[in-house]
Design a protein around this ligand. Structure first.
Ligand SMILES: Nc1nc2c(c(=O)[nH]1)N[C@H]1C(S)=C(S)[C@@H](COP(=O)(O)O)O[C@H]1N2
Ligand SMILES: [Mo]
Length: 323
C-alpha cells in the first residue's frame, strides 16, 4: 500500500485545482478564442450522455423525500469522487466512458447459503426498481440531493441467505487497470481494489440501497455503473461504486479509507456534525452547485438527517470513539 500523509481527496477544491484539470483547461483555452458554446459544452455533453443511457422502469419515490431541491444532473454527473479514474473531481466524468459495464457479474462469497458468480441480470431479475431521493454527504464537507433508482440492499442480501455467522458484509469494486487510469497511477493512495463494508444490521436497514440508476436512467459510469451502494446516513466514501464482490463475514472487514488513515476515516463513518475530522470541521457542508460567490453553506445534520431510521443501530455506542 502506498501511504501519503494527506489523502488527496482531503484537499478541498477551493484550496487547489488538481494539476491535471488545470493543465487540460490551459490546453483547451490556448490559441483559439473560447466561444460561449465551448464553455457550455460540458453541460451539453452530459445532457446528451444522459439521453443515451437506457431509461428504467421504476416506482416513483414515496418515502424519505427531503424537502430540498435536487442537485442538477450536470453536477451529479460531473463532480465526482471515483479514484479509479483519477483524483480530480472531473477525472471520472472525463475517463469513465471507457469502462465496459456489460456484461457484469458479482461474486458472492463467505457466510451464506448461496455463494457463486451471479450475472447482474440474474441477481436483479426478481426485484422491481424504486426511486429513492437521498442526501449524499461527502466527508470533504460538500453534499448533493440525488434521485437514485434501484432496490433495497436487504432484498438482494436476503436472497443470498446469509448464515447466522454473518455479522458483516463486505464489498469490492472492479479492478481493471486497462480501463481505469487511476489504478495505473503510481501516486495512488489506495491499495486496489476499493473496499467497503457494513455491519449486517446496517446493511439490512431500510435505507441501505443498491442503485442501478439516477434521474430515471441507468447510472452514468462515473457514478458507479452498473451497480453501486448508497448508504445515505454515512459519509459518501461508504457508498462503494461498480461492485463486483459481496462477501458475508464473521469479522469486521478492512475498508479502503480506514486502511489509508484510520485516525481520520473510521469504519462507521456516520455523518456527525459533533465529531470533527482531525483537519476540518464537519459542522457545515456546501450543497452543490456551489461556487466561490455562492458557496451555499448549510448545517450538517446528525446521521445526515436520517436519525429516525438509523439512530437505534448505535444505541449505547460512543460515536466519538466509533467514528
Ligand atoms: N470504488 C469507489 N467507490 C467510491 C469512491 C471511489 O473513489 N471509488 N468514492 C466515494 C466517495 S468519497 C464519494 S463522496 C462517493 C461519490 O459518489 P458520486 O460521485 O456518485 O457522487 O462515491 C464513493 N464511492
Ligand atoms: Mo466522499
Amino acid at each position: 500500500m502506498h501511504i501519503k500523509k494527506r489523502p488527496s481527496w482531503a484537499i478541498s477544491e477551493s484550496e487547489v485545482t488538481p494539476e491535471s484539470v488545470y493543465l487540460n483547461r490551459r490546453k483547451f483555452m490556448s490559441g483559439v478564442a473560447v466561444s460561449a458554446a465551448a464553455m457550455a459544452a460540458p453541460g451539453l455533453v452530459l445532457a446528451s450522455q444522459h439521453e443515451k443511457l437506457p431509461a428504467l422502469d421504476y416506482k416513483k419515490a414515496g418515502k424519505y423525500v427531503p424537502d430540498e431541491e435536487l442537485t442538477p444532473y450536470k453536477d451529479v454527473a460531473r463532480y465526482n469522487n471515483f479514484y479509479e479514474f483519477g483524483p480530480g473531481k472531473e477525472d471520472p466524468s472525463r475517463h469513465a466512458g471507457q469502462l465496459v459495464v456489460d456484461p457484469w457479474s458479482i461474486d458472492v462469497e463467505g457466510e451464506c447459503a448461496r455463494p457463486g458468480r451471479y450475472p447482474l441480470e440474474q441477481l436483479l431479475k426478481s426485484h422491481s426498481y424504486q426511486e429513492r431521493i437521498y442526501r449524499l454527504r461527502c466527508v470533504e464537507a460538500w453534499s448533493m440531493v440525488i434521485p437514485w433508482v434501484g432496490i433495497p440492499l436487504a432484498d438482494v442480501l436476503k436472497q443470498l441467505e446469509p448464515t447466522s455467522r454473518a455479522k458483516y458484509v463486505y464489498f469490492e469494486t472492479l479492478e481493471r487497470p486497462e480501463q481505469m487510469p487511476g489504478q495505473r497511477s503510481l501516486f495512488s493512495t489506495i491499495d486496489w481494489p476499493y473496499r467497503e463494508g457494513l455491519r449486517m444490521d446496517e446493511a439490512m436497514n431500510e435505507l441501505s440501497f443498491l442503485a442501478v440508476g439516477l434521474y430515471g436512467r441507468a447510472l452514468p459510469n462515473q457514478n458507479g455503473a452498473p451497480i453501486r451502494l448508497v448508504v445515505p446516513w454515512k459519509y459518501g466514501f461508504k457508498s462503494i461504486k461498480s461492485i463486483v464482490r459481496i462477501r458475508f463475514m464473521e469479522e469486521r472487514p478492512k475498508t479502503s479509507w480506514e486502511m489509508i488513515a484510520p485516525d481520520e476515516y473510521g469504519f462507521y463513518a456516520n455523518v456527525n456534525p459533533e465529531v470533527d475530522h482531525p483537519r476540518w470541521s464537519q459542522k457545515r457542508e456546501r450543497r452543490l452547485p456551489s461556487g466561490i460567490f455562492s458557496p451555499n453553506w448549510r448545517e450538517t445534520e446528525k446521521f445526515n438527517g436520517y436519525g429516525e431510521q438509523v439512530a437505534q443501530l448505535y444505541k449505547g455506542m460512543d460515536l466519538a470513539k466509533f467514528y
